[in-house]
Ligand binder design. Structure first.
Ligand code: NAD
Ligand code: UDP
Length: 314
């Protein structure tokens, strides 16, 4: 059955892929974005589709529409962008959640929150399970994002308990792929852009910190399965690829795959940068048989092809 679906942050990296996929599955999609970190270029190919609608709007302001489902993705995701205007980042997470939950309550829509592994902070438990409450610095430079997302999770569960809103909370671990913003400062986009231009690869710290990288297609499969899971399943549920790499290993892979002449340079580690991160995805596996399928090298290959085109156009 065709559903009417609102995607906030729909012009961003994950949001644009999600809009495309939901449309291809036969739904009507309303993409809402204020273009802070998203771009029209990400969804321009969808504009001539009759069941796609694009709305410029900021989620910190109320928004009224009749929809069946809401995917709440609006929020800058890269550290340089979310720290650029920290207060606005908190407002986007918190007021955006209040506005979208209020809407879901009024129109009885199901609503999914794009939460983050950052709710675990610099984790003392490895790999991270959903039952872990995290180790977050509440006043540090990352707190605008981490605490904003934690407060949003609290709002989701309180709207669920108090108002019976049907919620789905997904904790996304580092995800990458085509349409990441080339200047967003995240490690994969930075390293690929640097490698393709034979510029120095900037390793923060000694590069021994770890992350686990999930390709966008795998993540979206999980996101849609979560939205369609049985009503009494709220999450939170981790989604990411459990393959864990040091940042140095990631740099070596990207240099090898691009055939780059780039050299590694070492810069200071940003404050509160988590030392390790790896999702425990047992819950997602058990609940809806989800696990990522695309290995790092394959996903990097597709992402490098996308960035090669960007470099050519520059
Ligand atoms: P992105 O920056 O590409 O997309 C975010 C989108 O939200 C952009 O299009 C931006 O313009 C829009 N936006 C920001 N503030 C807004 C506001 N106030 N009103 C309306 N739109 C606004 O980032 P992404 O990687 O696509 O992330 C999407 C969501 O997933 C975010 O909520 C992010 O926190 C979450 N997430 C992503 C990752 C990841 O690795 N990509 C990891 C964890 C969580
Ligand atoms: N990083 C790096 N060089 C860069 C960009 C990032 O070494 O040019 C490191 C960063 O310090 C962190 C990891 O890569 O340890 C992942 O950073 P990203 O900003 O992609 O995501 P997050 O820290 O939010 O997981």
């Amino acid at each position: 059955m065709k559903k009417r679906i609102l995607v906030t942050g729909g012009a961003g990296f994950l949001g644009s892929h999600l809009c495309e996929r939901l449309l291809n599955e036969g739904n009507e999609v309303i993409c809402l974005d204020n273009y802070f970190t998203g771009q029209k270029a990400n969804i321009i190919h969808l504009l001539d589709k009759p069941f796609f609608e694009l709305i410029r709007h900021d989620v910190t302001m109320p928004f009224f529409i009749e929809v069946d489902e809401i995917y709440n993705l609006a929020c800058p995701a890269s550290p340089i962008h979310y720290q650029y205007n920290a207060i606005k980042t908190i407002k986007t997470s918190v007021m955006g959640a209040i506005n979208m939950l209020g809407l879901a309550k009024r129109v009885k829509a199901k609503i999914l929150q794009a939460s983050t592994s950052e709710v675990y902070g610099d984790p003392k438990i490895h790999p991270q399970t959903e039952s872990y409450w995290g180790n977050v610095n509440p006043i540090g430079f990352r707190s605008c994002y981490d605490e904003g997302k934690r407060c949003a999770e609290s709002l989701f569960f309180n709207y669920h308990r108090q108002n019976d809103v049907r919620i789905k909370v997904m904790r996304i671990f580092n995800t990458y792929g085509p349409r990441m913003h080339p200047d967003d400062g995240r490690v994969i986009s930075n390293f690929i852009m640097q490698a393709l231009q034979n510029k120095d690869i900037t390793i923060y710290g000694d590069g021994s910190q770890t992350r686990s990288f999930c390709y966008v297609d795998d993540l979206l499969e999980g996101m849609i399965r979560l939205m369609n899971s049985e009503d009494d399943f709220t999450g939170p549920v981790n989604m990411g690829n459990p393959g864990e790499y040091t940042i140095l290993q990631l740099a070596e892979n990207i240099i090898m795959l691009t055939g780059s002449k780039s050299k590694l340079i070492f810069e200071p580690l940003p404050a509160d940068d988590p030392l390790q991160r790896q999702p425990d995805i047992t819950l997602a596996r058990e609940k809806f048989g989800w696990e990522p399928k695309i290995p790092l090298r394959e996903g990097l290959g597709k992402t490098i092809a996308y960035f090669e085109n960007i470099v050519k156009q520059q």
